[in-house]
Design a binder for this molecule. Structure first.
Ligand code: PGA
Length: 250
């Protein structure tokens, strides 16, 4: 049985004062929930705050990006080892905003994946098609290409210690959720694709859905056979909503 996982992606939102209240409220809401796993991915400057507030709790924390490099003259970059220094256990890689706005290629996402795992971080590896790609019927090709960046290079065993997040770009921050059936179809495709490399790894792989998950649609999405939880953007900034989504994963 795969355990469900709910991860908040704060994106570039937050502030010391607001975070304190949000994290405290989320902690209070999830501290008794033992049947699933929970994490929040906060902006780099707030990792220390997250570590101080969340250490020893059942709410893990992580980052939203990292460098491909371990150290060096890379102004503005943050290395995997710096994330583990602050107790991070997970890191989002290949989010569509990174791919789209910051031109991260499949190759770069693969290098980041490797850098994360080398430092002992669990990658939350994001894949997903744009609206134009869905409408032209190439969703599976696009998702397969994004997955293969990791699978072809490293093989399927690296997915034993990783999470995949299917996030259709057209559903992110738009209020347009993929229907549970639409999401399930792509999740099943992802699992099948990984099974082509290693059936055991595919069976145990945690595949999150992301894209306008809200308290009102979380239960239906999470009840689909291949949806193992969610990567939550906007709703992770509202404590009651995020806690309700966490409860839906129970
Ligand atoms: P959203 O974002 O929940 O605000 O759609 C999801 C994500 O980008 O991870």
């Amino acid at each position: 049985m795969r355990r469900k996982l709910v991860v908040g992606n704060w994106k570039m939102y937050g502030g010391l004062v607001a975070n304190q209240a949000l994290l405290q409220d989320v902690l209070n809401g999830v501290s008794e929930l033992v049947k699933a796993d929970y994490a929040v991915c906060v902006p780099f400057p707030y990792l220390s705050q997250a570590q101080t507030l969340l250490a020893g709790s059942n709410l893990a924390w992580g980052a939203q990006n990292l460098s491909t490099q371990q150290e060096g003259a890379y102004t503005g970059e943050v290395a995997a080892g710096m994330l583990t220094d602050f107790g991070c256990t997970v890191v989002i890689i290949g989010h569509s905003e990174r791919r789209g706005l910051f031109h991260e290629s499949n190759e770069i996402t693969a290098e980041k994946f490797e850098a994360a795992q080398k430092a002992g971080l669990k990658p939350i590896f994001c894949v997903g098609e744009t609206l134009a790609e869905r409408e032209s019927g190439v969703t599976e090709q696009v998702v397969a290409g994004q997955l293969d960046a990791v699978l072809v290079r490293f093989g399927a065993t690296v997915l034993k210690n990783a999470v995949v997040a299917y996030e259709p770009v057209w559903a992110i921050g738009t209020g347009k959720t993929a229907s549970a059936d639409q999401a399930q179809a792509v999740h099943a495709f992802i699992r099948q694709r990984v099974a082509g490399y290693d059936a055991g790894v595919a069976q145990n792989l945690c595949i999150l859905y992301g894209g306008s998950v809200k308290p009102g649609n979380a239960v239906e999405l999470f009840s689909m056979p291949d949806i193992d939880g969610g990567l939550i953007g906007g709703a992770s900034l509202v404590a009651n909503d995020f806690v309700a989504i966490c409860k839906a994963a129970q």
